[in-house]
Design a protein around this ligand. Structure first.
Ligand code: KIV
Length: 274
């Protein structure tokens, strides 16, 4: 979309109808959000992946609502055009409808998000329905749902058996039926994701789910080469910025130690130029 106006939820539905692919990346701070927004990204997801790629945890389970609000505020400040979606962290919506509304409300009122994303299929439909009834737009997320890593037995692809595929088709139907405006499909066979995309009228956004989805999302720290604790097979590295940062830091250390930095042009001079 060439226009400079802010992307809104109906724009995503229109993109599906027109066959224009939706682009989504994660962001966790204002500076990265500004860079991605300037590039023309449609959606910025403040993913709870921040627990792993920013905070160094080995899962997303330790991410709290307060952390999500804090990072969402920063991303919103750095964004002019993209739709900002904030992840609902582990156990922030399952305990009661009241908690779901209160916590999603905080992500919007205090964080400034335009929508929330929550993990889960048929089991999450009640919360999705309640939130959308309150005017809170919800993006669903099915397939490999990282908040259930222990139940799944690891970060593994799902939907490869007939039974798992049938369950995912039912999940997609339940999430759309509950009022979600879009659906993330994570780590599942491309054929299954293609079928869900064809059957559902809301846009699907794939990560490790093939090219037939209506859009794609990647964790920006993976895509730009900042994070290499593990790189899932479905990630494409569009840059190796981690290596560049380490090399730049080495040059800085070297120049400081040699007394080459700061040079005259980086120094504050007296009025007489001394
Ligand atoms: O938290 C996250 O970054 C996500 C994406 C992987 C979709 O949920």
């Amino acid at each position: 979309m060439e226009s400079k106006s802010r992307i809104r939820i109906p724009d995503l539905l229109e993109m599906k109808r027109n066959g224009r692919k939706i682009t989504m990346l994660t962001a966790y701070d204002a500076t990265m959000a500004r860079l991605l927004d300037n590039a023309g990204i449609d959606v910025l997801l403040v993913g709870d992946s921040l627990g792993m790629v920013v905070l160094g945890e080995d899962s997303t389970l330790g991410v709290t609502l307060e952390m999500m609000v804090h990072h969402t505020r920063a991303v919103v400040k750095g964004t002019r055009q993209a739709l900002v979606v904030a992840d609902m962290p582990f156990l922030s919506f399952q305990s009661s409808m009241r908690d779901a509304v209160r916590n999603a409300g905080k992500l919007m009122q205090q964080g400034g998000a335009a929508a929330v994303k929550l993990e889960g299929g048929a089991a999450a439909a009640g919360a999705i329905r309640r939130l959308t009834d309150c005017g809170i737009p919800v993006m669903g997320h099915i397939g490999l749902v990282p908040q259930s890593v222990h139940q799944l037995g690891g970060f593994r692809p799902v939907g490869r058996t007939g039974a798992e595929a049938d369950a995912l088709l039912r999940d997609a139907e339940a999430v759309e039926g509950a009022g979600a405006f879009a659906l993330v499909l994570e780590s599942m066979p491309a054929k299954l994701a293609g079928r869900i995309t064809e059957e559902r009228s809301i846009p699907t956004i794939g990560i490790g789910a093939g090219v037939e989805c209506d859009g794609q999302v990647l964790v920006s720290y993976d895509a730009f080469g900042f994070f290499d604790a593990f790189v899932p097979r479905f990630v494409k590295r569009y840059a190796e910025l981690g290596t560049e940062v380490t090399e730049a830091a080495r040059r800085y250390i070297d120049e400081v130690r040699r007394g080459e930095f700061p040079a005259r042009e980086h120094s504050i001079l007296t009025e007489s130029g001394a």
